[in-house]
Every structure is written in structure tokens, then in C-alpha cells.
Ligand binder design. Structure first.
Ligand code: R5P
Length: 309
């Protein structure tokens, strides 16, 4: 038995069955990892169901420890894989919930961009992660998974839902005059179209034009950005490099304002500062990754989908 400094709480989650006194059948609770606690709690409220408290700590060698409060016979587990610690906590929570029927919500799935073996010797990281989190859950719901192809790597039925409508609703609150919704590349055009449909706005995607061996310009493929408020939308903002470069060029083309809105604000390496320094009026993301700029919540859309299925 390992020594830990965890305050002792009784784990009441141990196996229960219908004969256990006081056992309530068909009750559901939400449990979330430490880095998804705001979304997890919002989801529990949207579902009008309790959220399970979890106490987290570490062993002296740095290994994670956790203990959950009382569980019921159905559990919605919410955990974004934002880093390696979050992944380990998620795996531990899934294991701790082995007394219930579990559905997993993966608001953000880290490692999903390594969805292929691009070079000999590389892992298919998305597959490795998908297989690991599938054990102990009966189904998985991801939010705007980077590539739909990744869904086939899970060992249980998995689907991806989109926050395009939520992003469209948020953009409405900005009261922009005739905004242009712009995808940073052609691959994100479908997402931009879905966002734009919320307000019947114009949409397009940026296209790179090579001027010389070293000079590349970016402009909307078909429409003109001059005198318009432009909202660049994407599934992920990681380093912010793509959008920062695009923003400078859009201002040169006469754009009035440029906003950056994404589902997953990875925002690595000082991306937020980089974007704001590039003149972006505001950087907005959802709470699939919990950030100071998480102004859009995925909770209602996830709750609606959970109720539907
Ligand atoms: C790429 O396929 C993604 O949709 C994003 O466009 C990309 O991850 C953004 O990267 P960055 O913010 O580093 O330019």
C-alpha cells in the first residue's frame, strides 16, 4: 500500500446492486477531470443532475491519485485531454467509475492531429489515445474532433458533435454589421458555412498566393474583406500563427475589424498575446479547453445530444 497525504474520505462508489439499502435505480451523475471542471459542472446543471466531487492529489513521486464521491448507476464522464496529466486523470476516473454504466464526453481530444503515420516509425497517436479511453465506457461523444476519421479508432461507438451553431449564436451577440465569416483554409470551409448560417452571413476561405520564393499573401478566395468586419473561425487555434499572419494581411486589404473564434483554444506558446498583438480585436473560444477567453459554453449542446441518444 502506498503512502499518500490524501485526506481520508470514504469511497462510497464501491459496488452496489439493486438489493443495497437506499440504492436508487436509474440515477445519473456527472463526473469531470480537474481541467474540465467548469464545463463538467455546467453540463451537470444543464442535465439537472448532480456532479460528483473528486479529490485529487499526487504521490511523492508525482504519480496521480484521486478518489471520487458517491456514484450512481450511470455516469457521464467529462474530460478534455489538454495535456498528459489530464489524460492520466481521465483514465483514473474511468477506472474509478467501474461500478456504473459510463458514457464519456471528450470535449477536446489532444493527440488527435497525429491521426496518421506520416513517417515510418511514428505512432498513430490518435489511435493510441482513442483505444486507451475506450476501456470502461460504453460510448463516446467528442466535440468538433479534428478529423472524423479518428472516430473509427475508438473501441466503442463514438460520434462528434459541432459547436458551429453556438459559435454563430455568440457572433450574433457582437452585433457586427454584415460580417464576413472566414475559414483559414479550404478544409475549414464547411465549418465556416455552418457558423455563417446562424446569421445568414457571407462566408469564404482564405487562399494563399505565392508571390515569390519567399513571399506569400493570403486573401479571401472569392469575397473582398475591405471595410468589413471579418470573423476567422476554426476548430483549433494552437500557436495562432495562421490567424496572426492572416489578420495582418486582411487589415492591409482594408478589413475594419478582425475577430478570431475557435472551438478549442489550445493557445500554446503565447498564442493569445501573439494574436492580440497582430491586431485581432478579440480572441474567443469555447470551454472545451477552459481559458480566460472561453466565452462560449459547450454544455447545452452536449446536454441536448446526451438527452437525444
Ligand atoms: C489545422 O488543421 C487546424 O484546423 C488549425 O487550423 C491549426 O491547428 C491552427 O494552428 P495554428 O494556430 O498553430 O496556426
Amino acid at each position: 500500500m502506498r503512502k499518500t497525504t490524501i485526506p481520508t474520505i470514504v469511497n462510497k462508489s464501491l459496488k452496489k446492486n439493486a438489493n443495497t439499502p437506499g440504492f436508487r435505480k436509474n440515477t445519473m451523475k456527472v463526473i469531470c477531470t480537474e481541467k474540465s471542471q467548469i464545463l463538467g459542472t455546467s453540463l451537470a446543471r444543464a442535465l439537472k443532475t448532480p456532479v460528483v466531487e473528486v479529490k485529487y492529489s499526487r504521490f511523492p513521486d508525482g504519480e496521480h491519485y484521486l478518489i471520487t464521491g458517491e456514484l450512481d448507476d450511470e455516469t457521464i464522464i467529462v474530460g478534455s485531454i489538454v495535456d498528459n496529466d489530464a489524460l492520466v486523470q481521465l483514465l483514473l476516473i474511468i477506472d474509478a467509475c467501474d461500478c456504473s454504466k459510463n458514457r464519456l464526453v471528450l470535449p477536446y481530444m489532444g493527440y488527435s492531429r497525429q491521426d496518421k503515420r506520416f513517417r515510418q516509425g511514428e505512432p498513430v497517436s490518435a489511435r493510441a489515445i482513442a483505444q486507451a479511453v475506450s476501456k470502461g465506457v460504453s460510448e463516446i461523444m467528442a466535440v468538433n474532433i479534428h478529423e472524423k476519421e479518428v472516430l473509427r479508432y475508438f473501441g466503442v461507438p463514438a460520434r462528434s458533435i459541432s459547436l458551429a451553431r453556438d459559435i454563430g449564436s455568440y457572433i450574433k451577440t457582437l452585433h457586427l454589421d454584415n460580417p464576413l465569416i472566414l475559414a483559414p483554409d479550404e478544409g475549414a470551409l464547411v465549418f465556416a458555412r455552418q457558423v455563417a448560417s446562424a446569421g445568414g452571413w457571407d462566408f469564404d476561405h482564405l487562399e494563399k498566393n505565392r508571390i515569390s520564393g519567399v513571399e506569400v499573401t493570403m486573401a479571401p478566395k472569392q469575397l473582398c474583406a475591405a471595410s468589413r468586419s471579418v470573423v476567422i473561425v476554426d476548430d483549433i487555434i494552437s500557436t495562432g500563427g495562421t490567424i496572426a499572419t492572416a489578420s495582418g494581411m486582411l487589415y492591409q486589404q482594408g478589413a475594419k475589424d478582425v475577430f478570431a473564434v475557435c472551438v478549442h483554444g489550445v493557445l500554446t506558446g503565447g498564442a493569445y498575446v501573439r494574436l492580440m498583438s497582430a491586431g485581432i480585436r478579440d480572441v474567443i473560444c469555447s470551454d472545451t479547453i477552459e481559458r480566460g477567453c472561453s466565452k462560449i459554453s459547450a454544455a447545452d449542446t452536449i446536454a441536448a445530444e446526451l438527452k437525444r441518444c
